[in-house]
Design a protein around this ligand. Structure first.
Ligand SMILES: *[C@@H]1O[C@H](CO)[C@@H](O)[C@H](O)[C@H]1NC(C)=O
Ligand SMILES: *[C@@H]1O[C@H](CO)[C@@H](O)[C@H](O)[C@H]1NC(C)=O
Ligand SMILES: *[C@@H]1O[C@H](CO)[C@@H](O)[C@H](O)[C@H]1NC(C)=O
Ligand SMILES: *[C@@H]1O[C@H](CO)[C@@H](O)[C@H](O)[C@H]1NC(C)=O
Ligand SMILES: *[C@@H]1O[C@H](CO)[C@@H](O)[C@H](O)[C@H]1NC(C)=O
Ligand SMILES: *[C@@H]1O[C@H](CO)[C@@H](O)[C@H](O)[C@H]1NC(C)=O
Ligand SMILES: *[C@@H]1O[C@H](CO)[C@@H](O)[C@H](O)[C@H]1NC(C)=O
Length: 389
């Protein structure tokens, strides 16, 4: 590898990699220690949006502060599994505790209903700030998430350009679950759901799927909410995901840029962030990926992704602003990440796949064995294949 990165979480080097994380933190401690006196004299903690925020960040880094607790709101069909995988591997390295779903809850924390869900409440008990990370599908409720997370959590989520997210949703549920057999049937089912919602029935997840996952309907939103009502809800999310103080809303189209920002904010070493894309149905030739035609797509965007459009455009602008104010190390972190990803991809294209790829493939949180590793570590009953996990 060109840039001297350690192999991505290779089993035997796991402990070693963790030491590297520590080493890097200590190195920063030394490097930034000198800066500290200067930073401390002009930093005020009351103004997270101002330029002092990056100074505050450096101060945290200077003192080698550990990775903050992470509240990850996993949004369907946005690259969320790839991002969740990255957080699981960080948790493996840092020995973080994860709020894992009960075996019965099929890898979800209550979703599509309220977090955390009955089985998970039974398993974990009432909130007591007991976890380092929430990573599984759950409808975002920042207060409830924070009540289970140690203080002070950093919130992360990710949004995708709605046309791409809609196409991915249609294809994933059709191919994997046989949910729809054609675009025509997909649209008909959305229409039926909208009709039921207009008669006061619960709004189903495929209507503004991204907003659904981020708690829009739990917050009282409706498919026909006005754009000013939607803006009000978005303003509350703005607070939850305000970078760098509170969180970061990633954009799928700028995934690597988002990771480069996270690297600095979470104070983690690069190898753990390395990834290849998970569940890529679009570029898999053995699967029959279908596009909606233009008329169909316009209909879906207008009726079943109207809130998502407003949400995405808002956070796409927010991300651009955050990116334009990035610290000086972010560009080199981005290049290093892309080099490491290229090395991993190359390893995965080899026959047989190399050791980097092998370790990466086995540390997939959708695999029962990997999830059970965390269960065993946290003294929870392991789930088995017959149980939905
Ligand atoms: C990991 O965490 C558990 C409890 O959360 C603790 O018992 C164990 O010693 C930790 N291991 C390491 C290597 O830090
Ligand atoms: C597709 O699904 C619809 C509704 O479930 C059903 O009526 C139709 O027969 C199905 N078509 C095919 C080709 O399977
Ligand atoms: C798009 O698909 C619909 C069926 O869902 C069909 O009725 C319509 O003719 C198609 N439009 C175009 C431009 O192909
Ligand atoms: C949205 O639909 C609901 C249910 O049909 C209705 O009660 C409400 O008035 C509508 N709101 C707007 C803003 O049109
Ligand atoms: C493509 O999809 C098939 C069937 O689901 C799967 O077995 C295969 O691993 C996928 N290929 C890639 C490169 O993801
Ligand atoms: C997202 O923001 C970028 C940068 O501001 C812009 O170039 C791009 O067109 C936006 N994407 C969409 C789909 O609006
Ligand atoms: C594992 O599967 C058996 C049935 O084969 C079931 O009785 C048992 O409860 C399952 N264990 C868990 C942890 O779900």
């Amino acid at each position: 590898m060109t840039i001297g990165l350690q192999p991505v979480l290779k089993a035997r080097t796991l402990h070693f990699t963790f030491l590297l994380v520590l080493q890097e933190a200590m190195l920063r401690f030394v490097l930034f220690g000198l800066v500290w006196a200067v930073v401390a004299s002009d930093a005020t903690s009351s103004c997270p949006q101002s330029s002092t925020s990056s100074a505050l960040l450096q101060r945290r880094v200077a003192f080698g502060e550990a990775m903050p607790p992470i509240g990850f709101a996993k949004v369907h069909k946005t690259g969320g599994s790839t991002l969740a995988g990255i957080f699981f591997r960080l948790a493996e390295l840092a020995n973080s505790t994860i709020m894992l779903p009960a075996c019965e809850d099929n890898k979800r924390l209550g979703h599509p209903f309220a977090f955390p869900g009955e089985h998970n409440l039974d398993l974990h008990g009432p909130p007591a700030h007991q976890f380092d990370m929430i990573l599984n599908h759950a409808v975002l409720n920042p207060v409830a998430f924070a009540s289970y997370l140690k203080p002070t959590p950093f919130f992360v989520s990710i949004l995708r350009e709605p046309k791409a997210q809609v196409a991915s949703t249609y294809n994933f549920y059709r191919i994997k679950f046989g949910k729809w057999n054609s675009t025509k049937e997909y649209l008909a089912s959305l229409e039926t759901q909208l009709e039921k919602a207009s008669k006061g029935r619960r709004v189903r997840q495929f209507i503004n799927f991204q907003s659904y996952d981020l708690g829009f309907y739990e917050a009282g939103g409706m498919p026909n909410s006005t754009s000013s009502e939607v803006s009000e809800w978005i303003a509350s999310l703005d607070k939850t995901f305000s970078f760098p103080s509170a969180g970061l809303m990633l954009i799928t189209e700028y995934f690597d840029e988002g990771l480069a920002l996270l690297k600095g904010r979470l104070n983690v070493a690069l190898p753990a962030l390395t990834y290849t894309i998970q569940k890529d149905y679009q570029h898999n030739e053995s699967l029959s990926y279908e596009d909606l035609n233009d008329t169909e797509m316009s209909w879906v965007l207008k009726h079943a992704a109207n809130v998502d459009m407003q949400l995405y455009h808002h956070f796409n602008r927010t991300f651009a602003k955050v990116w334009s104010k990035r610290g000086s190390s972010v560009d080199s972190d981005l290049r290093a990440l892309q080099d490491a990803n290229a090395a991993l991809s190359k390893d995965c294209e080899a026959t047989p796949p190399g050791p980097l790829c092998e370790k990466f493939a086995t540390s997939d949180p959708d695999r029962l064995l990997y999830a059970n590793l965390f269960r065993a570590r946290q003294g929870l009953k392991e789930c088995n294949d017959t149980a939905k996990h």
